[in-house]
Design a binder for this molecule. Structure first.
Ligand code: PLP
Length: 448
């Protein structure tokens, strides 16, 4: 079975974020099954899922409650349109999401993936200002952080800033304003936290002050800029951005696609600082890693700006064929139910401490520049020279090489350039976490 699957993969497939010329020369790893924190390939080999299958898996693979929720919903209906119709799981899920979301978010708009949840937020923000202040007219632009990643569709790429992914598409993008992120290890101001008093917020404030009349929103990933290399913001940064957005009458859009659903130790990262954004994009962990589903949550204030007679043309003309998909919503409901039943957030907090302890010896390795951790997302930045913080040239693919050695040791990883990202399922046991870090540590020693 495996031989023909491998040949067909090479003959017919095009994988995301993958140099296919290289892929075609390698034996593809074909995942056949999963159980808990493990993935099992067609040869029966077991691997720890160190990326939570790209940050989506929450309660492990094949959780009986998630399996049952999905099959029970299949017994009713797989899909019907959400345009002009509704369905029970989508309604119930919206109510539950509002219950667990930052207070003040009141409306749920479904879509299918993190990028579309961001697109929806951007479009809502622009239309909101048109309808809220028709005479002001020009609040159509966005401010975002450098190194941001909000997805791969054109709107999301416009508010992103990862040169390698985005530079080629510049002609397709709309103009935005950007400021340096709070990347303390490589502080552009060459200051040190906390003595810096978060001086990196000043350029953001200056831009808001000067350009708020054209700004519809500020978009950021709260607490952790994940794809940028797990850049953790200092405490209080998010609160300050919220205050500034309010002061300058600009919407705050929180992209919780990566940080949502318990990843940071709270259901949503914004809740660490008691911040309520005006719009919030969620996806990834929403279905526990089972189905593609996403949502954009909005305040009642924003929702109300879209109400009116049909011929006032205030309708939000946006939707997808699979919006509000009942299978996705049913499994997402079960996902939230498990959070309560299994006290997932308590487990995450314990595992967070364990992970920090386990990573301590790795932090003192000769080519580890910095380890950044927030909940169960950790980034290990490898550097060519620790004293000067000189990065490895990207073409050396140091992260990729570490991931290859991890794979031989039974751990699947996906690097972010020179940063090794460890993002285990939230349900990972202490033993599994210990094993993951041991394999990773050994791989870093071997490769660097
Ligand atoms: N926003 C953030 C913060 C992400 O990390 C990602 C994906 O990694 C996205 C948006 C895009 O989500 P998706 O890959 O589901 O389109």
């Amino acid at each position: 079975m495996h031989r023909s699957l491998a040949a067909w993969d090479h003959a017919y497939l095009w994988h995301p974020f993958t140099q296919m010329q290289e892929w075609e020369q390698e034996e593809p790893l074909i995942i056949h099954k999963g159980k808990g924190s493990y993935l099992i390939d067609t040869e029966g080999r077991k691997y720890l899922d160190g990326t939570s299958s790209i940050w989506v898996n929450i309660h492990g693979h094949r959780h009986p409650r998630l399996d049952r929720a999905l099959t029970a919903q299949l017994g009713q209906i797989a899909h019907s349109t959400f345009l002009g119709l509704s369905n029970p799981p989508a309604i119930r899920l919206a109510r539950e999401l509002i219950r667990v979301a930052p207070k003040g978010l009141q409306r749920v708009f479904y879509s299918d993936n993190g990028s579309t949840a961001v697109e929806v937020a951007l479009k809502m923000a622009v239309q909101y200002w048109q309808q809220r202040q028709p005479t002001a007219g020009t609040k159509h632009s966005f401010l975002h952080l450098k190194l941001a990643y909000h997805g791969d569709t054109i709107g999301a790429v416009s508010v992103g800033n990862i040169e390698l992914f985005h530079a080629r598409f510049k002609t397709l993008l709309f103009p935005t304003l950007e400021v340096d992120p709070p990347y303390c290890y490589r502080c552009p101001l060459r200051l040190t936290y906390p003595a810096c008093h978060m001086a990196c917020i000043d350029p953001l404030e200056s831009l808001l002050k000067a350009r708020h009349r054209e700004l519809a929103g500020v978009i950021l990933e709260p607490l952790v800029q994940a794809a940028a290399g797990m850049l953790t913001a200092p405490p209080g940064y998010l609160t300050r951005v919220r205050e500034l957005c309010t002061k300058y009458n600009v919407l705050l859009i929180a992209d919780e696609v990566a940080t949502g659903f318990g990843r940071t130790g709270k259901m949503f990262a914004c809740q660490h600082e008691g911040v309520t954004p005006d719009l919030m994009a969620i996806s990834k962990g929403m279905t526990g890693g089972y189905m593609p589903l996403a949502a954009t949550l909005a305040t009642e204030e924003i929702y109300h700006a879209f109400l009116g007679r049909y011929d006032e043309w205030k309708t939000f003309f946006h939707g997808h064929s699979y919006t509000g998909n009942p299978l996705g919503c049913a499994v997402a409901l079960a996902n939230l139910d498990i959070f309560r039943r299994e006290k997932t957030l308590t487990h995450v907090r314990k595992q967070t401490k364990l992970l920090a302890r386990l990573l301590r010896p790795t932090a003192s390795l000769g080519h580890v520049g910095e380890i950044r951790q927030c909940g169960l997302m950790a980034g290990i930045e490898l550097v060519q020279d620790r004293t000067t913080r000189t990065p490895y040239p990207l073409q050396m693919r140091i992260g990729h090489r570490v991931a290859q050695v991890c794979r031989q040791g039974g751990l699947l990883m996906r690097p972010l350039g020179n940063v090794i990202a460890l993002v285990p399922p939230l349900s990972t046991s202490p033993q599994e976490l210990t094993k993951m870090v041991a394999i990773l540590h050994r791989a870093i020693v071997d490769v660097t």
